[in-house]
Ligand binder design. Structure first.
Ligand code: MG
Length: 281
């Protein structure tokens, strides 16, 4: 049986970000499938926490299956599924206008909400929820603006990632859509449910009955994965296979004395080049 490195040897729960950690677009990041298998052999609980709201948890199961990683729906905490359960606590059977894709719409419908289109009555919309939408149009923004400014809709967002790592590089992230709605309404989202909000990780800790001190998040982004992990009081491991470079960490260390934000949470406990480095060779 393979042995974990010293800093992770007591870990009982491993939370993985997906884009930039397990895969990049349609390409598996080297050996991440074997790492997951080896962790499960050590009886470490494995769950996934992604800010990507575009696909459903069921589709995530299929996507990982394609990479030779077995999982089940309840292993996934996406910004879409977290948004859907949190919105349901605010109002049941709500009328919602979504700037976003199928993953977000399906998770909201599954919780009993009605997802309406841009031809609907804007006065009946309770919430405008914004996530990554690769088919964003002027008409969608205009309807979101109308619901918020002329109706009674409250503005929420799944996440505000600036970019999305894909096989060929970076694409614009959900933050672009959130900023567009902010700009045309003059309002900020009431809440952004995904990372760096620590509530998703707190739900994982609760649901899996884990202890924060022996839990770890593996992520590639300092201002979402690492910040959320540190805010939730778990261990944080930055993986350099996604959007963050080693030089970004050095820059951050240099700024530590000047910025409170840096001090409270963007510094990871450990930095690894790739997931396979969590095992002793
Ligand atoms: Mg990522």
């Amino acid at each position: 049986m393979r042995k974990l490195i010293e800093q992770l040897k007591d870990i009982e729960l491993a939370i993985f970000d997906l884009d930039g950690v397990i895969y990049r677009g349609d390409k598996l990041i080297s050996n991440s499938d074997k790492v997951i298998t080896a962790l499960k052999e050590l009886r470490i609980k494995v769950v996934y926490n992604s800010n990507n709201s575009t696909i459903t948890r069921n589709m995530y199961v299929q996507r990982l299956k394609g990479f030779n990683i077995e999982s089940k729906i309840l292993d996934f905490y996406t910004s879409a599924s977290i948004t859907a359960s949190e919105i349901t606590k605010i109002k049941q059977n709500a009328t919602i206008y979504v700037i976003g894709e199928m993953g977000l719409k399906e998770e909201l419908k599954r919780c009993g909400h009605e997802v309406v289109n841009a031809e609907s009555n804007h006065r009946e919309v309770d919430f405008v929820i914004v996530g990554l939408d690769r088919a964003l149009t002027y008409a969608k923004l205009a309807f979101a603006q109308k619901c918020i400014l002329e109706g009674n809709a409250k503005f929420y967002a799944t996440n505000a990632d600036t970019s999305l790592p894909v096989a060929t590089g970076l694409l614009p992230g959900a933050g672009v859509m959130v900023n567009a709605v902010e700009t045309c309404t003059g309002q900020k989202p009431v809440k952004i449910f995904g990372k760096p909000n620590p509530e998703g990780i707190q739900s994982i800790i609760e649901d899996t009955n884990s202890n924060p001190s022996i839990s770890v998040i593996f992520g590639d982004r300092l201002n979402t994965d690492i910040l959320a992990g540190n805010r939730a009081g778990i261990n944080t491991a930055l993986v350099l296979t996604g959007v963050t470079k080693a030089s970004d960490i050095e820059k951050l260390e240099g700024e530590k004395d000047r910025s409170l934000e840096v001090e409270v949470g963007m510094i990871p406990n450990i930095v690894i080049n790739s997931l396979k480095d969590i095992f002793l060779s």
